[in-house]
Design a protein around this ligand. Structure first.
Ligand code: UD1
Length: 331
């Protein structure tokens, strides 16, 4: 086996499957490890899917060996913030402890590159207009803390071994494969774009705006929505960067500008051609008024150039995927 393998943990999930598809299209030799707790077998469009946990040392070591793995992209994680508050140990177990296990296996097997899915949740409630990579980290929920602890493990391991890593801190990921093959399929969605698209198609009665009294121009929360295709592409850029000898680094993944909840709902109405049933509710606990990426570093370091930086495109692809899910469920 000459070509070096790429292990994608969580390759059956939303962001993992889009990245896996792009890696496959680029001719990479990929293998997915996913326990299918929230992922979908049919989302794995390239390479073998191995069902199992990143916390399973024997299995992970076997995969690293059998597939000649040089690079690991680690997506597998729980990601629901309110659940992390009610069940913190589930998050520390699956996100932090399992990552520690994966890293131990990588160290043993001499894996060279590690790309880690982190989150803007590590910033908590930043005071400045934007969160930059050197903004102090201060997570306000166990989800963010579980990811930040993994960042620290990576930092400390890279300092004393040959492993090089890129930490990617995702802002609000949305949209789906423009060709409609894969998308966000999570049951019991909480993400605004997904919930709004479900409401647009009558899958739920209405969509709520959580808070209309924020200190923002229209009173609703502002987020930096990044299209999943652009985010997936950032992973391929990060892999190239590490293969070319890049130093370990941490990068925000966002566009550097944001939209309010109302602007997102307006875009869903435009895409669907009819008004949404909107309820105005109280603020959701733990939501910062605004979270926007300071996004200069990723352009500079990776040469990443987004292709889908447009709210209407993001919403259109989300809605198209939701329609597809709906037509599948009524078949
Ligand atoms: C998401 C991510 C989180 C990441 C953050 C980065 C998940 C599950 N969450 O959280 O990991 O750290 O982006 O910015 O992947 N809203 C409504 N009505 C709804 C749902 C949401 O008004 O039904 C509002 C929220 O109050 C918020 C905005 O929409 O202002 C976005 O919320 P949501 O889509 O849930 O994402 P985040 O909470 O920002």
């Amino acid at each position: 086996m000459s070509k070096k393998g790429v292990l994608v943990t969580g390759g059956a999930g939303y962001i993992g499957s889009h990245t896996l598809r792009q890696l496959g299209e680029a001719g990479e030799q990929v293998v997915t490890l996913d326990n299918l707790s929230t992922g979908f077998r049919e989302a794995v469009l390239y390479g073998e899917l191995i069902e199992g946990n990143t916390g399973d040392k024997a299995l992970v070591s076997q995969i690293l060996h059998d597939h000649n793995i040089e690079s690991v992209l680690h997506f597998a994680a729980h990601t629901i913030v309110p659940e992390s508050v009610s069940n913190p140990l589930k998050y520390y177990g699956n996100n932090t402890c399992a990552t520690r296990n994966l890293l131990a296996c990588c160290q043993e097997a001499g894996v060279k590159h590690f790309i880690f899915s982190s989150t803007a949740a590590v910033y908590g409630m930043p005071e400045a207009d934007k969160a930059w990579e050197d903004t102090a980290t201060a997570p306000i929920n166990p989800y963010g803390t579980s990811k930040l602890m993994s960042e620290w493990m990576l930092r400390d391991l890279s300092a004393v071994t040959d492993l090089k890593h890129v930490v990617l801190r995702y802002f609000n990921v949305a949209g789906s494969d423009p060709e409609g093959r894969i998308g966000q399929s999570t049951a019991k969605a909480t993400l605004l774009t997904k919930v709004a698209c479900e409401a647009a198609l009558g899958k739920r009665e209405s969509v709520a705006i959580f808070g209309t009294d924020y200190p923002t121009p229209d009173g609703t929360g502002i987020r930096d929505y990044i299209h999943v295709e652009d985010l997936a592409a950032a992973h391929l850029c990060a892999l190239d960067y590490l293969r070319n000898g890049g130093e370990s680094t941490t990068l925000n993944c966002g566009y550097g500008h944001g939209y309010s909840v109302r602007e997102v709902l307006d875009a869903v109405e435009r895409a669907n051609g009819k008004p949404l049933n909107i309820r105005e509710e109280a603020r959701r606990a733990g939501d910062p008024p605004q979270l926007i990426a300071g996004a200069d570093r990723i352009h500079k370091v990776l040469g990443w150039e987004p292709q889908y930086d447009n709210l209407d495109t993001i919403v259109r692809t989300s809605l198209a995927w939701e329609r597809k899910l709906q037509s599948k469920s009524t078949q």
